[in-house]
Design a protein around this ligand. Structure first.
Ligand code: PXL
Length: 283
């Protein structure tokens, strides 16, 4: 019998264009050989042209979904994306906290999603407070992009030195480990920072910036790929490097889709496998 794939739970919003959100995350999880389960936190109405509407969910639906899954299925890692409201953020914090009576879930990756790239609020103001006070300290690693790192810390985050100042502040706020992703800086830099016995360790990942219209969902794909690598037993630095490599390849393989920013190609490896097997497959 084939080896059982680890289960990765994504707690995130629904993006009907499937560049971001739970349907995209399930693709990322499948691309990493894991089994994806999902809890939807909010619905969005959007296309590649941007977010038109956000419909929030009753937090008891979130709680019931999470409890139903966690009492039935062993979960190896958790990805948290868009939460929508403070009530939903609290429901997720209650689920992940010790009070539930279950063992604490491992490998919790929190992507502090605040706004869409088109500027729509994906978390209300009270929700940002819950994210900061309750979810950041609960997570094993948080993955803000430079704009989210700036919004959470109140600092300007535009280069590596400013990323270092922001990560220090995020550690003070209770983050055990942080990856600040700077894919849209002039030089694509990611900074991984983690607490050690006697201070803070770091790894800096640099790459050429990719010019592409297929970047929608890059942040979700990065955070979800990290959760998968942690579920597969990899350490933080290896997980961050492999997740960055995956997202870069998924951006490079993206096809133009729609009239706006198209999705990354989460399943680009399936085409490579088809080609390797001699079955053709488009590029
Ligand atoms: O990329 C952030 C994001 C996350 N989750 C959902 C989204 C978006 C951006 O549009 O719609 C559901």
């Amino acid at each position: 019998m084939a080896e059982k794939p680890p289960v990765v739970l994504t707690i995130a919003g629904f993006d009907p264009s499937s560049g971001a959100g739970v349907t995209a995350d399930i693709k990322t999880i499948a691309a990493h050989g894991c089994y994806g389960v999902a809890c939807i936190t909010a619905l969005t109405v959007q296309s590649t042209a941007g977010v038109r509407r956000v419909e929030t969910l009753d937090p008891t639906v979130v709680t019931d979904t999470l409890e139903e899954l966690a009492t039935d299925i062993p979960i190896s890692a958790v990805h948290i994306g868009m939460l929508g409201t403070a009530k939903v953020a609290k429901a997720v914090a209650e689920f992940l906290g010790q009070r539930s009576g279950r063992a604490k879930l491992a490998n919790v990756v929190l992507d502090p999603v605040l706004k869409s790239s088109s500027g729509a609020d994906l978390l209300d103001a009270a929700g940002v407070k819950v994210l900061v006070e309750r979810l950041i300290p609960l997570a094993d690693v948080i993955t803000p992009n430079v704009d989210e790192a700036a919004a959470l810390t109140g600092l300007k985050v535009g280069d590596l030195d400013e990323m270092r100042a922001a990560r220090a502040r995020l550690h003070e706020m209770g983050a055990a480990a942080v990856v600040i992703t700077g894919g849209h800086l002039e030089k694509a830099i990611d900074l991984l920072s983690f607490r050690t016995k006697d201070g803070v360790g770091e790894e800096v990942f640099k790459a050429e910036r990719l010019q592409s219209q297929s970047t929608h969902g890059a942040g979700c794909a990065f955070a979800t790929a990290m959760a998968c690598h942690l579920a597969l037993g990899r350490g933080l630095a290896e997980a961050a490097l492999l997740a960055k490599t995956y997202v870069q390849a998924a951006i490079a393989a993206g096809h133009p889709l729609g009239r706006g920013t198209g999705p990354v190609h989460h399943l680009y490896r399936m085409n490579q496998q088809r080609r390797a097997a001699g079955n053709g497959g488009e590029s």
